[in-house]
Write a protein that binds this ligand. Structure first.
Ligand SMILES: Nc1nc2c(c(=O)[nH]1)N[C@H]1C(S)=C(S)[C@@H](COP(=O)(O)O)O[C@H]1N2
Ligand SMILES: [Mo]
Length: 394
């Protein structure tokens, strides 16, 4: 279809667009290669994100196992790393395909219209996911919704649009992968000075992706911690060599946590309620375990924790060992998202589900939860409640 010329300026733009579409950075092959990379990073990010969501908001019929203890550390490390890697990939992809925005006519038939409309959802959803995830890593919340809920549901919508898009583009991807010539072979574009070829363009995109990953992943991969230039936290900087999320002063618990009046209460469905001082807890049988704090924000760090098992406390309160109970772990910090967490299933009785008194044989720093904090295997950091003052057995 030939559109009548209205305006020479428009005609000039159109000529530029057609020339751009012939350039290697904007051709099908570049777009498909970046699309494949994004398909991989988005899928990895989605699957690990689902796991994270499941652990943080488990349905009642699922009891998250306490082992492998480091599993969440790996899945959440991958989640944040694949999300960060997707940022330069997405920018490169958008750069690669943007001239197509001005394609005329905008759609060929009804199906093509649906496919192009789904792109609005895909692009908006992708930008939203990567922006909200990055902002959360920085603990910056310039919005009104609850981050986990918004990020979770937007992920489903974005992935739906992605599946639609992949379905529509599969033939192109297949041709590119099998390296057969594209449907209408275009004469090779002569190299123009100052214009990147495909190799240069894709090379720059993948190099940026690699460097950004390398300079952030040290927040969870210990040996790379010195290269953590772009992540807000290094895993070894903080009191007792561990980062802090939510200091005692911020939580408003500094006085209560350091007071001689501190007591741990074990209550609920127990034959015998307990009220214990920190001294009573120190006198109980001690266990130690090497466990990571793995924050949903993507940093993680391992430490050797010492303390009392939750199981031992329940037994002291008269609960039969191994009984099918759920335990609400409550903090001195009563309000806010972090005020309590739940232990269920095997996590209740596991030998490495601790109420910790020490890190590396030193009393916990108050910002790490002194006098007593929960630490257990395969749990997101948000559920490792600090300044524990009450266990309620159900
Ligand atoms: N009561 C309470 N517990 C809490 C928090 C908090 O702010 N208040 N922060 C949580 C989060 S998000 C993480 S990642 C870990 C961090 O523990 P740390 O500060 O000892 O490293 O504690 C968790 N437990
Ligand atoms: Mo966290």
């Amino acid at each position: 279809m030939k559109v009548p010329l209205l305006d020479p300026g428009l005609e000039h733009l159109r000529a530029r667009r057609d020339a751009a579409l012939d350039r290697p950075a904007h051709d099908d092959r570049s777009a498909a290669i970046l699309g494949i990379a994004l398909g991989v990073s988005f899928t990895l990010c989605f699957v690990t994100g689902l796991y994270s969501h499941l652990l943080q908001q488990p349905p009642t019929w699922i009891a998250v196992p306490p082992s492998p203890a480091g599993l969440f550390r790996i899945t959440q490390g991958l989640h944040v790393a694949s999300g960060i890697a997707s940022i330069p990939l997405l920018l490169a992809k958008l750069w690669s395909v943007y001239p197509r925005l001005f394609q005329w006519p905008p759609f060929r038939d009804a199906l093509h219209l649906v496919e192009r409309a789904s792109l609005v959802v895909l692009v908006a959803g992708s930008l939203f996911m990567l922006f909200s995830g990055t902002a959360n890593i920085e603990r910056w919340y310039p919005w009104k919704f609850f981050f986990p809920t918004g990020h979770y549901w937007a992920a489903w919508i974005t992935m739906g649009a992605l599946v639609t898009h992949i379905g529509a583009k599969l033939p192109v991807v297949r041709r590119v992968l099998s390296r057969t010539p594209l449907a209408q072979p275009v004469p090779p574009v002569p190299a123009e000075p100052g214009i990147l070829g495909r190799r240069g363009f894709l090379g720059a995109a993948f190099t940026a992706t690699g460097l950004l990953t390398l300079f952030t992943v040290g927040q969870t991969v210990g040996p790379l911690r010195r290269l953590t230039f772009f992540a807000p936290r290094r895993p070894d900087i903080g009191p007792q060599g561990l980062p802090v999320n939510g200091a005692a002063v911020e939580a408003g618990v500094l006085d209560a946590a350091t007071s001689a009046d501190y007591r741990l209460v074990v209550t609920g469905a127990v034959p015998q309620e307990l009220t214990l001082t920190r001294g009573d807890l120190e006198a109980m049988e001690r266990r130690s375990a090497v466990l990571p704090i793995a924050c949903v924000e993507g940093w993680s760090a391992s430490a050797r924790w010492g303390g009392v098992t939750v199981g031992a406390l329940l037994e002291a309160a008269g609960v039969a060992p191994g009984a099918d109970v759920t335990v609400d772990v409550r903090s001195l910090e009563r309000n806010g998202l972090y005020g309590q967490s739940v232990l269920a299933g095997d996590q209740v009785w596991a030998g490495n589900t601790l109420l910790a008194l020490t890190i590396d044989d030193e009393d916990l720093h108050v910002d790490h939860g002194y006098p007593l904090r929960l630490i257990a295997g395969n749990r997101p950091g948000v559920l490792q409640t600090k300044w524990v003052e009450e266990l309620v057995v159900r």
